[in-house]
Design a protein. Structure first.
Length: 435
């Protein structure tokens, strides 16, 4: 294949920086297409539902021989000149690429507007295990191993282009939203960490929040230091905007205390005071249940504070058991409340699953949560949190009465070693292809 090899990233990054943030991915895709002799390049961003991709940037480089519809196609949304087409996860190539984090190379069958006698290449766009989307290229001939390797590398680089430019525009988030957000949902989304997945040498972590129709005020959070990981999962009382505002105060208190370098117990105390003062200022009775944790990455010692929350689960050697933690009062009931902690020595291969009560009560109570945790033991946490949320949705008839939130932590126990990584993901941790 005749093309210009991307021997350095300068051309790639200059194209991104020269364009506006709205056009950066398109310009980079154009450069990629020219370099590889592609007839078309698309970027598919991960949908906020976690159950689809969205074809957001499509760059045809030569006229397609396939007929193209004049109007919107199935699953497409348009906003002036912008187009977002949903590609649901249905077990097909797109889902398998995200699931396995492996490049897929297949001959085109002429379906979907792709010309016959061409080859589709789907490469995961991932950063530290966080699935940002896919890079799709249509090539005139089957690529050899060297070309596939290079496409894999530039797909990883595309992840950083997306991360950098989405800070300046709503385009990517508009594309990711396949449903409208209420005001409370808008507040809640801003509280969650930007990356819902994080892979490091010693651990893999992923979180997921499946919102109820009337937002219940759930949040999760994490922050990585040089030798420690801090995490939290919280559930604010009530529903709607008030619950979202209570969650904002709680998470603001947690983050502020953490960033001041306070111990875990002092963080819990500071959070409780912040919420108690807030509740007293407007004669409210706002409170939040939650679990806060600090994991020492060199030793695997996990310190946990439980503020009136659902007990987390430990998966160890195929056995699932609830952790026996000391339980203190929820945050925000009394200014003078005190908090204790429980420590756990993690072993390589351990998996911890933190949930909110939306996974356990009301119309979701029929779920065998321990069994579901065991059955998903071989999946990457990125897929586990979605699978558990799916089980809650099915049990509730897709009408959750409360937010269902899951945070999964895998402990690998190798903090002093480098992570094995291929284009933003550790292939040994990825899930196998689904049946």
């Amino acid at each position: 294949m005749e093309r210009h090899r991307l021997t350095d990233v300068r051309r790639f990054l200059e194209a991104a920086e020269a364009a506006s943030p709205v056009e950066a991915v398109e310009q980079v895709a154009r450069e990629l297409g020219l370099a590889f002799g592609a007839s078309a390049v698309s970027f598919l961003v991960t949908d906020m539902s976690g159950r689809a991709l969205v074809r957001l940037a499509h760059v045809p480089l030569v006229p397609s021989t396939a007929s193209q519809p004049d109007g919107p196609v199935t699953g497409e949304r348009r906003d002036e000149e912008e187009s977002a087409t949903v590609v649901p996860f249905d077990g097909g190539l797109e889902e398998q690429t995200v699931r396995t984090q492996q490049v897929q190379v297949v001959p085109s069958d002429g379906v979907g507007g792709f010309a016959l006698d061409t080859w589709r290449v789907l490469a995961p766009v991932t950063e530290r295990g966080e699935s940002i989307g896919l890079l799709e290229m249509v090539l005139p001939v089957e690529p050899d191993d060297a070309v596939v390797t290079e496409i894999t590398q530039v797909a990883h680089l595309l992840a950083f282009v997306v991360i950098a430019n989405r800070r300046h525009t709503d385009l990517f988030e508009w594309g990711q939203r396949s449903r409208e957000f209420s005001l409370s949902a808008e507040i809640q989304q801003r509280l969650l960490p930007e990356a819902r997945t994080c892979e490091a040498a010693a651990f893999t972590l992923a979180g997921w929040l499946e919102p109820a129709a009337s937002i219940g005020g759930d949040t999760f959070d994490y922050s990585l230091a040089r030798d420690s990981l801090q995490l939290s999962l919280t559930d604010a009382m009530g529903h709607g905007v008030n619950a979202a505002l209570t969650a904002s105060v709680c998470l603001g208190g947690m983050r502020g205390a953490r960033r001041r370098g306070l111990s875990l117990l002092d963080q819990a105390a500071a959070t409780n005071v912040a919420l108690s003062v807030h509740a007293a200022s407007h004669d409210g009775d706002d409170f939040v249940t939650g679990v806060m944790g600090r994991l020492e990455l060199r030793t695997g010692v996990l310190e946990l504070v439980n503020a009136g929350h659902v007990l987390p689960f430990l998966l160890r050697d195929s056995a699932v058991v609830p952790l026996e933690l000391g339980v203190d009062l929820p945050f925000g009931l009394f200014t003078e409340s005190t908090y204790g902690s429980t420590t756990l020595n993690l072993e390589p291969g351990d998996r911890l699953v933190f949930v909110t009560d939306g996974m356990l009560e009301r119309n979701v109570a029929g779920i065998d949560l321990a069994g579901a945790i065991r059955e998903t033991g071989d999946l990457h946490p990125r897929e586990v949190v979605r699978a558990l949320a799916d089980s809650a949705l099915v049990a509730a008839g897709h009408a959750l009465e409360d937010d269902a939130t899951v945070l999964v932590l895998d402990w690998h126990g190798s903090h002093d070693e480098s992570r094995d990584v291929v284009s933003g993901a550790d292939p040994a941790r990825a899930s196998d292809a689904s049946d």
